[in-house]
Design a protein around this ligand. Structure first.
Ligand code: TMP
Length: 205
């Protein structure tokens, strides 16, 4: 029996990662894998309720981090862990790297505290692979200008975005075996080709 893999997509708002998730999942399915796609914050009924609070209500930065991890705890228990135990593949649009990047790099919460929460919630489970969609601030801004209803995070100032990106890139340097940086300034087709190669190599081609 093949064992499932846990793959996460990450990046600053406007990096374009969500566009590629469905196609990436389909590539894995064409290789015969059973794949579920999900997202954070969210992925469960409770998690989606927490998501709407997190994306729209102002709150203390530690409350924000705790609610991100609360939603994640539920997501792990209800969706991610059972799917992996069945041997399915799980693709999540964001996971804990986002908390380090946004609540740590963006808001300035202590990375040590975030590491403690990570240990508590999923010390023994990390993604097998993280695809980090990287774009500089100007590209992210230009893409976000095209969307109408910006959430709380998307409305943040430049220094917030810069802090988020910086922590993402630091983590990519810290965990090079797990995190693959995708140059997301390139045209969509070029990124899709790279992701197809990633899917093929994950499935042993
Ligand atoms: P999305 O726009 O990619 O769906 O993500 C929702 C927003 O939530 C995005 O701006 C990043 C933010 N976020 C955090 O701040 N911390 C987290 O842990 C996660 C998962 C998302």
């Amino acid at each position: 029996m093949t064992t499932g893999k846990f793959i996460t997509f990450e990046g600053v708002d406007g990096a374009g990662k969500s566009t590629h998730i469905a196609a990436f999942a389909d590539s894995l399915r064409q290789h015969g894998r059973t794949v579920i796609t999900t997202r954070e914050p969210g992925g469960t009924e409770l998690g989606e309720q927490l998501r709407s609070l997190l994306l729209h209500e102002p709150m203390h930065l530690e409350t924000e981090a705790l609610l991100m991890f609360a939603a994640r705890r539920e997501h792990l228990a209800q969706v991610i862990a059972p799917a992996l135990a069945r041997g399915d593949w799980v693709i999540s649009d964001r996971f804990t790297d986002a908390t380090f990047a946004y609540q740590g790099g963006g808001r300035g919460m202590s990375l040590d505290k975030l590491t403690q929460l990570e240990q508590w919630v999923h010390g023994d489970l990390q993604p097998d692979l993280t695809l980090l969609f990287d774009v500089p601030l100007e590209v992210a801004r230009e893409r976000l200008q095209k969307s109408r209803d910006l959430d709380k995070f998307e409305q943040e100032q430049d220094d917030f975005f810069i802090g988020v990106r910086q922590v993402y890139l630091q983590r990519a340097a810290q965990f090079p075996q797990r995190i693959r940086v995708i140059d997301a300034t390139r045209p969509i087709d070029a990124i899709a080709d790279e992701l197809q190669q990633v899917a093929d190599s994950l499935c042993g081609e």
